[in-house]
Write a protein of this length. Structure first.
Length: 191
């Protein structure tokens, strides 16, 4: 057993346990899973550190926690899109923003923009008015001259469609005429 790695882990990672638990409790919807999530984060960090010690251990720890939650959401095919958006924008400690993270964020943003652009016009307009202009559903319905229930349906459909396109989930139905993006081999991603 490498005591140097163990000492590093105790001194650089375990000292942030309380903050890690608060972070997991804030973002993970199932409080009963938090202890398991914490342990899985520790395993990921320890295994990665055994190959090469991260330059910013605290940032690495929280990035590993975020990635684990995203992985679990993807596997569960239930992605709380609003939680992902908020997590991505509101809780990024300054020392977490590395060139790799910035590049990944840019790729993810381009993917969401492409998906947004591919939405049918009405869904795209409803999503824009709600998420960007932050208008209430009632005001969107009034502006567009449609029922509030129709606005709710467009919003739900737009969220589902973007999630399907971005994550490439084959179980998520796409609207008529839309296809998943193709990979370099001409195959639809997610299939």
């Amino acid at each position: 057993m490498d005591t140097t790695l163990d000492d590093w882990f105790a001194g650089e990672i375990l000292v942030h346990e309380a903050a890690l638990v608060r972070y997991l409790l804030r973002w993970w919807p199932h409080r009963d899973d938090v202890a398991d999530l914490r342990q899985e984060v520790y395993v990921r960090v320890y295994e990665a550190a055994a190959k090469a010690l991260p330059l910013q251990p605290k940032s690495f720890l929280f990035t590993a926690a975020r990635n684990l939650m995203v992985d679990r959401w993807r596997r569960g095919k239930v992605v709380p899109l609003e939680a992902l958006e908020e997590m991505a924008s509101s809780h990024v400690p300054a020392d977490v923003i590395t060139p790799d993270r910035w590049l990944t964020s840019q790729r993810e943003l381009r993917s969401v923009v492409r998906a947004f652009d591919r939405l049918p016009p009405r869904r795209r307009e409803v999503l824009w008015l709600r998420r960007v202009e932050e208008l209430p559903l009632k005001e969107i319905a009034r502006r567009m001259g449609i029922a509030q229930k129709t606005v709710e349906k467009h919003l739900a459909d737009a969220t589902r469609d973007i999630t399907a396109m971005v994550l490439g989930g084959s179980d998520c139905p796409l609207p008529e005429g839309l296809q998943l993006p193709e990979d370099a081999h001409g195959q639809q991603r997610g299939h």
